[in-house]
Structure formats: C-alpha cells, structure tokens
Design a protein around this ligand. Structure first.
Ligand SMILES: [Zn+2]
Ligand SMILES: [Zn+2]
Length: 174
C-alpha cells in the first residue's frame, strides 16, 4: 500500500489575491520519533483545519488540529499521554530568495500538508514528556518507580554495593 500523503493543490483552490479559504480535512499521522522513543498518535487520523489566504506575492497558511499522543514517561517509563492543540503557521512567497519567506512544505503550487502536520506535531511534544509534572522517577538503587512507593517506606538501609559500604565505614572511623 502506498504511503498515505496529504497534499493540497493550491491552484485548485483558485483563490484571487486577498482571498482566503478554510478547509477541513482528515490528516493521518505516523508515530512520532523523538530521542529514540516512539510516540503514538491516538487516533492516528486527526481532523485538521487549514486556513489558506492568498496575497499578491504568495500564500499564508495556518494549520490547527487536536493532538493526543501516548508514549513512555521520560523519567519513570510508565505509560504517559499528552493532549494538546497544534497551531502552526507558514508563509510562502513566490520567487523570493529569502529562505524565511519560503515554506519548505510548498513546491510547485502544492502544499505538503502531511509532512507539515507531522513536523508540527513533533514540535508540540514538550522536551519533558512526563506521566505527571511531578513524576518522582525511578529509584537509583533498585530501579522501582518512586511514584507508587511511599518515600518513608522506600529506603535502602544497607547499600547493595560493597564498595559503598566500605566508604561509609571509612567515614565512621574518622
Ligand atoms: Zn513518570
Ligand atoms: Zn529503591
């Protein structure tokens, strides 16, 4: 099966200068790869809202869609989820040498909406993807999640590494 890609033929919108059009359409998103982890988009098909407006020298775009992603918490590896709204903008000026004014998603009057939506979704993932803002992470000694443990009860009285035991012995001798 061919890779589903969503492109918009801008000429078919037949917009005159100064005109705009709002398009609603489904966009399918692949799982998002970030820092070696895969984050599933749930559901993978999002209902996107695309605003296109034509100016004398090109196009301006605004893309919005609700995004829900699921993946492992970066601290404790438990299942985590995030719900957010993606809101991205692009401009595409025709015949300009200015990189800032040329959209990487527009070529030959076609907008590569699928690729733009994917990139915008990646940017919407926070750098700290956590199961909860105050996730306590994993115990550095036993690797157990400290979120489920009562900190008062979760203690390692004797260190399992004999080298550390020796170190504390030295301290006692002083
Ligand atoms: Zn966590
Ligand atoms: Zn522990």
């Amino acid at each position: 099966m061919a890779e589903a890609s969503t492109t918009i033929d801008l000429t078919r919108l037949s917009l005159s200068h100064g005109e705009g059009r709002r398009v609603e359409l489904p966009v399918r998103l692949e799982p998002l790869e970030l820092g070696g982890q895969s984050y599933a988009v749930v559901p993978p098909e999002v209902e996107a809202l695309l605003d296109v407006s034509r100016h004398s020298s090109g196009y301006a775009f605004r893309l919005r869609f609700p995004l829900r992603i699921e993946g492992p918490c970066m601290r404790c590896l438990a299942d985590a989820e995030l719900q957010t709204e993606v809101d991205a903008r692009e401009v595409s000026q025709e015949g300009t040498e200015d990189e800032e004014l040329r959209s990487p998603y527009v070529a030959d009057d076609e907008l590569d909406l699928g690729r733009w939506a994917h990139d915008a979704a990646v940017l919407a993932i926070p750098t700290q993807f956590l199961c909860r803002p105050d996730c306590a992470g994993l115990c550095p000694v036993c690797g157990e999640s400290l979120n489920d443990a009562d900190p008062a009860e979760h203690e390692h009285s004797s260190s399992p590494d004999p080298r550390w035991a020796k170190l504390s012995q030295l301290k006692l001798d002083e």
